[in-house]
Design a protein. Structure first.
Length: 223
């Protein structure tokens, strides 16, 4: 992904994560379906399970964007499993947490691909100018705690001043309270709103959400 972001006119940079900096490993989703199947003893064909997972992933993401709230990862699991005729009443939080931990291990094995060209060099340039960076990401299946681990492994975390994930604040972009959280966490509280740039791929959650709040925004398009 190539970008034409002018860093000189802004003092703080807020980055979306999915499809802005990273995208899923090509094998991860299929491996996750295998894990769903084996862990919960699901009888349905793999194709049907994959369709169900995608359906609820997309639906919950849309609900989060429309309402500005955040559907918990475990709630997404229960919707999927119930649709696949698993008796969810037999499950408890401990079992769901065990599944999440296995999913996290799988995610870190089949790591996302970095799509933002020369991101380390770009972040380094920003920091060398005395400017600041945050990650602002809506989450679904993958919690913020796991994304942090990935960013540490990729040696990107050192550039990042703070992280905001929807599962941790129970709010999702484009809710203005999410962008207010960014403003609140910036060390230099004297920055003008126009000096803060949010970069993302989603026209509604990222671009319109940031612009409506008063930040500048840059919409990335997949090349």
């Amino acid at each position: 992904m190539k970008v034409d972001i002018d860093i000189h006119n802004h003092a703080h940079f807020s980055f979306d994560l999915w499809l802005t900096l990273i995208k899923s490993h090509t094998e991860f989703k299929a491996k996750r379906v295998e894990l769903f199947t084996s862990f919960f003893n699901i009888d349905q064909p793999a194709g049907e399970i994959a369709e169900t997972v995608k359906y609820y992933d997309d639906l919950c993401n849309t609900i989060n964007e429309v309402t500005g709230g955040n559907i918990d990862t475990f709630e997404i699991y229960l919707l999927i499993l119930s649709s696949l005729h698993v008796d969810v009443k037999q499950l408890d939080r401990e079992k769901l947490n065990e599944f999440y931990n296995k999913s996290e291990a799988l995610f870190l094995e089949y790591k996302p691909v970095i799509i933002f060209e020369n991101v380390h060099q770009f972040f380094d340039e920003i920091k060398n100018q005395g400017k600041t960076i945050n990650i602002l990401s809506n989450t679904g299946f993958i919690k913020g705690r796991t994304l942090r681990k990935f960013l540490i492994e990729e040696k990107l975390d050192d550039f990042i001043d703070f992280h905001i994930y929807s599962d941790e604040i129970k709010l999702s972009k484009p809710n203005p309270l999410v962008f207010q959280e960014v403003k609140n966490k910036i060390k230099n509280q004297e920055l003008q709103m126009s000096q803060i740039l949010h970069i993302g791929d989603n026209p509604v959650a990222d671009y319109k959400g940031a612009k409506d709040f008063g930040f500048n925004a840059h919409l990335l398009k997949q090349s």
